[in-house]
Ligand binder design. Structure first.
Ligand SMILES: [Zn+2]
Length: 287
């Protein structure tokens, strides 16, 4: 029997975070990603201690391993000083607090968009924001993972050197990890559809950031072409990446402990993740 990395999907937390555990268990997930609040709103009511406890108990009973959260899309740590920046920092601190109450392993965050200020200025703003937020967050909070992006518009983080730069600029750099996303990497131009591209990516990741920083990988096929800079996720095998790239990631022994999570379309019947998980297990010979 092939031993797979922790494998799962982003599941809905509608009805409370404990309900997400049930959804993950039904999919035979061994890792999960959730939102700890609505991803398209700045504010949410506080997480009740009873809700957090219900989640922790359900998770412990389920046998599900790593659970990560994905931060709200509104957050822009590279915004110019002003209301959006203040709200972004406050929202990130709030999400880290929720994640700590739930006992989550990590919080995935898009680095931000410089909105015309320029890449270097944007990266410096992100680093300063991370320092400001993490200064008030206890050490037991989830690890913050900076996600590689597709590079659309002025979005930062489409190159590993940009994530490396943020980590170098931030005084809190030691506390930062990274999250890869196959769709974003491919859209940003990384040739992960080729064997040599897979090897080059891991070598670059080790050189720039260290493999120990890799806290999660999002497994998504890409609707758009390599280098197209479009963040459009497709179901596994139905986009332009091809299934070999996913097989390489699942079977790479260096990634055996890294949670791998689907963020693919659910489809009209809602079974997209079930089909994609079956595809991934079959690709890895663990069907
Ligand atoms: Zn992603």
């Amino acid at each position: 029997m092939v031993e797979l990395p922790p494998l799962g999907a982003h599941v809905s937390a509608a009805g409370g975070p404990a309900a997400a555990v049930g959804r993950g268990a039904a999919l035979r997930c061994t890792a999960l990603q959730i939102f700890v609040k609505s991803p398209s709103q700045w504010r949410a009511r506080p997480l009740a201690e009873a809700e957090a406890r219900a989640f922790r108990e359900a998770r412990a009973a389920s046998g599900i391993g790593p659970v990560v959260a994905h931060a709200a899309y509104l957050i822009n740590l590279a915004a110019a000083p002003g209301e959006t920046l203040e709200r972004s920092r406050a929202a990130l601190a709030d999400e880290l607090g929720r994640g700590a109450a739930l006992g989550l392993d990590a919080l995935v965050l898009h680095p931000g968009a410089h909105l015309g200020a320029g890449v270097e200025a944007g990266l410096a703003r992100v680093a300063a924001s991370l320092d400001a937020v993490l200064a008030g967050v206890p050490a037991g909070a989830p690890r913050l993972l900076l996600e590689v992006t597709a590079g659309q518009g002025s979005v930062l983080g489409a190159r590993l050197e940009e994530l490396e730069r943020i980590v170098a600029l931030a005084a809190s750099g030691e506390r930062l990890g990274v999250c890869l996303d196959t769709c974003h990497l491919f859209a940003a131009g990384y040739p992960i559809d080729e064997e040599a591209g897979h090897e080059a990516l891991l070598a670059e990741l080790e050189r720039r950031l260290g493999l120990a920083r890799l806290g999660a990988i999002h497994l998504n096929d890409s609707t758009g072409p390599r280098g197209g800079r479009r963040d459009r996720h497709a179901n596994i095998g139905e986009g332009q990446i091809g299934t070999a790239a996913f097989r390489r990631l699942l079977l790479d022994r260096r990634l055996r402990k890294v949670p791998m999570l689907l963020e693919t379309p659910l489809g009209d019947d809602g079974e997209g993740h079930a089909r994609d998980l079956a595809t991934l297990r079959r690709l890895a010979g663990a069907g």
